[in-house]
Write a protein that binds this ligand. Structure first.
Ligand code: ATR
Length: 264
């Protein structure tokens, strides 16, 4: 039986096994998908297992999306541009790193019917998923992208990968059309200590976090009169793209799939 994995640290919150195993069963594929909490020195062994095809393929999450790159032979265009890999496949003797987070975010926004063109975007955080979000936003022709991160240097470092990013101090918010939480604040029900009242009303607040389904960031956004969306659809679409890369089948995304995220 083929074995697939998601590696990360922490990993307990990941619903990838639940989703992939559901699709595997639905498509009668004889394979299993598991999650493993890894320390950095464990990457090498997993990669070796993929080379030997003891593991058929692997998803990568925080904090290893960049750290796996030196172990790979080829990167997709998107993975190269974002220096971020979330899906590893083994093809014709080569380990190939893909980035399906970009398509995940892109499809999630399209599913909302929200037009990003000419919008002013604020991204909170500068961690692993942010380059993918920036890449996707640039393809949507947004007006401007501002990054605010507790550690300002990390926000400035994103300027190595992307042109024309604004960097803002952590703390003082002004008016934006869209605010994206890409920090890890909320994963364990922590509050983001920012005052969102200056952002304005009827804006889109998007949280990359999907588990828990409603972070305090989204709750507060609603209370202030904004549209609030969690990262559930982004998560499902990045997974469906990874599934397609491994199995050559695009799994069905429907109400049942969304329900899988709510049962926990
Ligand atoms: P990594 O930083 O290893 O890529 P990540 O989960 O992708 O991990 O990113 C975590 C993000 O949440 C970072 O932007 C982090 O800010 P720092 O770069 O300053 O660490 C942000 N974050 C985590 N805890 C935070 C806190 N208490 N206040 C503000 N931002 C926080």
């Amino acid at each position: 039986m083929k074995k697939y994995l998601v590696i990360g640290n922490p990993i307990s919150h990941s619903l990838s096994p639940k989703l992939h195993n559901y699709w595997l069963k639905q498509n009668n594929i004889d394979a299993i998908y598991d999650k493993i909490k890894l320390e950095e020195d464990g990457i090498k062994e997993i990669i070796q297992d993929i080379k030997e095809q003891k593991i058929a393929g692997c998803n990568v999450t925080v904090p290893f999306k960049k750290k796996v790159i030196p172990f790979l032979d080829i990167l997709s265009f998107e993975a190269e541009k974002t220096q971020s890999v979330n899906t590893i496949i083994f093809e014709k003797g080569n380990l190939i790193g893909h980035n399906t987070d970009i398509m995940g975010f892109d499809k999630a926004i399209k599913a909302l019917n929200f037009n990003m063109k000419d919008k002013k975007i604020l991204i909170l955080g500068a961690g692993g998923v942010v380059p993918s979000i920036i890449f996707a936003l640039k393809g949507m022709n947004v007006l401007e992208i501002t990054i605010s991160n507790r550690t300002k240097q990390k926000a400035e470092n994103l300027g190595i990968l992307f042109k024309n990013l604004n960097v803002m101090e952590w703390g003082n918010l002004s008016e934006f059309d869209v605010v994206i939480n890409a920090t890890s604040l909320g994963l364990n029900n922590e509050k983001i200590n920012l005052d969102f009242s200056n952002v304005g009303k009827n804006k889109l607040f998007y949280d990359v976090i999907y588990n828990p389904a409603e972070t305090s960031f989204l709750k507060e956004a609603k209370e202030l009169g904004n549209k609030a969306e969690n990262g559930g659809a982004m998560f499902i679409y990045q997974a469906s793209e990874a599934f397609k890369l491994w199995h050559g089948i695009e799994p069905e995304v429907n109400f049942e799939t969304l329900k899988l995220l709510k049962n926990d």
